[in-house]
Design a protein around this ligand. Structure first.
Ligand SMILES: NC(=O)c1ccc[n+]([C@@H]2O[C@H](COP(=O)([O-])OP(=O)(O)OC[C@H]3O[C@@H](n4cnc5c(N)ncnc54)[C@H](OP(=O)(O)O)[C@@H]3O)[C@@H](O)[C@H]2O)c1
Length: 350
């Protein structure tokens, strides 16, 4: 296929969907045609892409004929409803929601970590949770070198992780606070302006949240390491975009901070920014718009045997969502798994 692929974005008006369109363009993904889908609310509006205006269509089960690649980013219920229809119509779906991530029949992929898992897809590939993606990009190279036994992670997650409505709520509450107006939480259980909320998603019976459980389960699945022990506390913070994480790790074998920096400097998609003498470490504000995962504050800890601590920052809309999804599509294209899926399906159905 020399002219590229027929691509659809479902959730095209969202924070992630818009960024997917941008990233396709930036990375010169071979797009033959691009269709934009959202809910009935946005149908008929238009979005600019690559110098042209594309009319947004309502996402419906019969909308996916003649699509090679469907990038889904419209929430889990939309994915559950529409992704199987897209696959049946011959598309490969890269799904950004939580709908399929822990399904044993569906690969969960971070291309820097487990690219080969794209090969066993049956039509859907899941894009992991944003906080998990940035953590495994930084930890997998260290795991390969010294073997990880335990991870304790505390997150500082931006409101961009909640999409357009999270960003709107923070901006509105900051203005209301300045005007002396009482803050009424809408998106989060408490005001987010000048505050921290240690609850992302709903609570599970064991007292953890679903977001925390995602970090535990998805990390093990992506790294093919079911025995790693992980505990997460996930916190929403009044930052517009980019998530940060304080991560404490216990290894099977000794590892020094210098060795860790060296492993990370050689790792794909990672940038080490670590010079405490000059206050150099990543902060979320200066990583907005970047596709890499940034690591600093690397130091030993004696809480764990062979312990190491670090600070990990990445743009959650980009590497945590849109960029990772497009990288999965690139991986599929490189392996010849995107073209002619419909024909291959017909051969299998015979
Ligand atoms: N933001 C992040 O950092 C991040 C990271 C990883 C994963 N995710 C996941 O990505 C998805 C989208 O996140 P977002 O941040 O982009 O949210 P968002 O800004 O709120 O956008 C949601 C998108 O979904 C569309 N949508 C909603 N209901 C729909 C329906 N019934 N049918 C078709 N389209 C529908 C919306 O269309 P309308 O404009 O028409 O309402 C909009 O395009 C979610 O599953 C989220 O969990 C987000």
């Amino acid at each position: 296929m020399t002219q590229g692929y027929r691509v659809a974005i479902v959730g095209a008006t969202g924070l992630v969907g818009r960024t997917m369109a941008t990233v396709l363009c930036e990375r010169h993904f071979p797009v033959r045609s691009l269709r934009m889908f959202a809910s009935a609310r946005s149908a008929g509006s238009s979005l600019e892409w690559n110098g042209r205006s594309i009319v947004v269509e309502e996402a419906r089960p019969d909308a996916f004929a003649d699509i090679d690649l469907a990038l889904f980013s419209a929430g889990a219920s939309t994915s559950r409803e529409l992704a199987p229809a897209a696959v049946a119509a011959g598309a490969i779906v890269v799904d950004n929601s939580s709908a399929w991530r822990m399904d044993p029949d569906i690969p969960l992929v971070v291309p820097e970590v487990n690219p080969d898992d794209v090969a066993w897809n049956k039509g859907i590939i899941a894009n992991p949770n944003c906080s998990t993606i940035q953590m495994v990009v930084a930890l997998d190279p260290l795991h390969r070198a010294r073997g990880i036994r335990r991870i304790v992670v505390d997150t500082y997650q931006s409101v961009g992780g909640t999409g357009n409505k999270g960003v709107a709520e923070l901006r509105e509450q900051v203005a209301q606070d300045a005007a002396g107006v009482a803050l009424t939480p809408n998106v989060y259980p408490h005001p987010i302006a000048f505050n921290l909320v240690p609850q992302i998603d709903s609570f599970l019976p064991d007292g953890s949240t679903k977001e925390e459980a995602k970090m535990v389960n998805e990390t093990r699945k992506i790294m093919h390491a079911p025995l790693i022990k992980v505990i997460a506390t996930t916190v929403r913070v009044p930052v517009l975009c980019a998530h940060s994480e304080a991560v404490h790790v216990g290894f099977e074998r000794p590892i020094t901070p210098d060795e860790a920096r060296e492993f990370l400097r050689r790792a794909p998609g990672v940038i080490v920014e670590d010079d405490p003498s000059r206050s150099i470490y990543p902060t979320p504000r200066d990583k907005i718009g970047r596709d890499e995962v940034f690591v600093g504050r690397i130091r030993s800890n004696d809480v764990f045997e062979n312990g190491l601590s670090m600070w990990i920052v990445a743009d959650n809309i980009r590497k945590g969502a849109a960029t990772n999804a497009v990288q999965i599509a690139e991986e599929l294209a490189r392996r010849g798994l995107l073209a002619n899926r419909k024909e291959r399906l017909n051969v299998v159905r015979g």
